[in-house]
Design a binder for this molecule. Structure first.
Ligand SMILES: [Zn+2]
Length: 413
């Protein structure tokens, strides 16, 4: 029996009524509203032939034991940003629940392979600035030393918040033991961008998550009086930064899906009567192809040096953070493509700009693929986040097909 899309939508509406206020969803990880969402989710499992446990990093695992221990894992996250939308993350968990329900009915509670549904802990990192908390512990890419130093706006440490949720920070790496016997991982998510809407398509296959290079760049010039310093005598540190901001369009523009963003510009002394002596900017570059990413970084560095020289300034770069591109599994990409074409006639392949838990799973070598459903206006992390009901129905149908195809694919592995 296939998953029931209307039931999945009803679950999502119920969860919204329970955990959103007039500003949107409030399921921030390690808060009481998040716990309320997780308790509600647990209650929804009562009539299913499943076991539920929480791993050492706070991820909830729902297991339907099959004839074989090799498992298909479906996952996403119930946590949200503050004032978030009704679909980000919880769509994937509820669609997974729909698949489990369908399987329980079809296989008399005993599928050929074990099927697990995971609700990753703190995907958003909204409170402590640490995204993909639970899935990175699962993948072994976390750092306890870095996590221990994190605090929220009220000065509460991540370590304390974890303890209140029954998680010992020293032991979060034990979540790695959940990796045993996983044959494939699937995740359905809203696109959170405008691509599918612009193409008029409800669904897309995600090729992988883009790699990210994130840098702080500082231009140094000479602070000077804005009235007495002739234009030709200035060493205005804002000028090379401004040139670079515009050059980024050309640097990214050579590659179909690449993006470059100067998200922050700070000038010093930052007053109306002084030429800018120092300008600090940030750069975020993303692409699915590691070579493209490296080329864009090199070009931005060269451009910054050229513009600095033109303006008689100096420039320094320091890395904030980076992650390599994570391509998804080629055979699962084909299955996802088939599932979408069988459901809607047209499929489309696109990379994901945002990171997802699926990237952490894929990084440890587990065959992984994601499916995107169109986001209206491309907007997410906002209470107006939405997707047409008919598209949600197609998404659940196609995702259920993908799960069925993946179970069949596992037979041949
Ligand atoms: Zn999400």
């Amino acid at each position: 029996m296939p998953a029931d899309p209307m039931q999945v939508i009803a679950y999502l509406e119920e969860l919204r009524a329970l955990t959103a206020d007039e500003n949107g969803a409030q399921r921030v990880a390690f808060t009481s509203t998040w716990q309320k969402a997780r308790d509600w989710f647990e209650a929804k499992l009562a009539d299913l032939p499943v076991q539920r446990h929480i791993d050492a990093a706070g991820n909830v695992w729902v297991t339907m034991e099959g004839a074989s221990k090799r498992s298909l894992v479906i996952g996403s996250h119930l946590d949200s940003v503050p004032n978030g939308g009704w679909l980000d993350g919880c769509l994937g968990v509820m669609a997974g629940l729909g698949v489990l329900r369908g399987l329980a009915a079809a296989c008399d509670g005993k599928p050929p392979f074990t099927v697990k549904l995971v609700d990753w802990a703190d995907e958003e990192g909204a409170r402590f600035g640490r995204s993909l908390f639970g899935s990175s512990a699962f993948a072994g890419t976390h750092s306890i030393a870095a996590d221990r130093g994190r605090t929220d706006r009220d000065g509460i440490t991540l370590e304390e918040a974890l303890r209140d949720s029954g998680i010992d920070i020293e032991r979060i790496g034990d979540a790695e033991s959940e990796r045993d016997d996983i044959a494939a991982y699937l995740e359905l998510h809203i696109e959170q961008g405008p691509v599918l809407e612009r193409l008029g398509l409800p669904l897309g296959v995600v090729l992988g998550t883009k790699g990210v290079e994130r840098y702080a760049i500082t231009f140094e010039g000479q602070e000077a009086h804005s009235g007495s310093t002739p234009m030709g005598d200035r060493r205005d540190a804002l000028a090379p930064a401004a040139k670079l901001a515009l050059e980024l369009r050309a640097i990214a523009g050579k590659h179909a899906d690449a993006v470059c963003t100067m998200g922050s510009v700070k000038t010093f002394p930052g007053i109306v009567t002084a030429v800018v002596g120092r300008c600090e900017v940030t750069l975020d570059q993303r692409d699915l192809d590691a070579d493209v990413l490296a080329k864009m970084l090199r070009e931005a560095q060269e451009a910054s040096e050229r513009f600095a020289a033109e303006e008689r300034c100096s420039v320094k770069w320091s890395r904030i953070w980076s992650i390599e591109p994570v391509p998804f599994h080629p055979e699962l990409i084909e299955l996802c493509d088939e599932a979408i074409r069988e459901t809607t006639a047209t499929s489309y392949r696109l990379p994901s700009g945002p990171l997802h838990d699926a990237a952490e799973v894929a990084r440890v070598g587990i065959p992984t693929v994601m499916m995107f459903v169109q986001s209206l206006r491309g907007i997410s992390h906002n209470k107006i986040e939405d997707t047409r009901k008919e598209d949600l129905v197609l998404a659940v149908e196609a995702f259920d097909r993908l799960a069925t195809k993946t179970l069949a694919w596992m037979e041949g592995q």
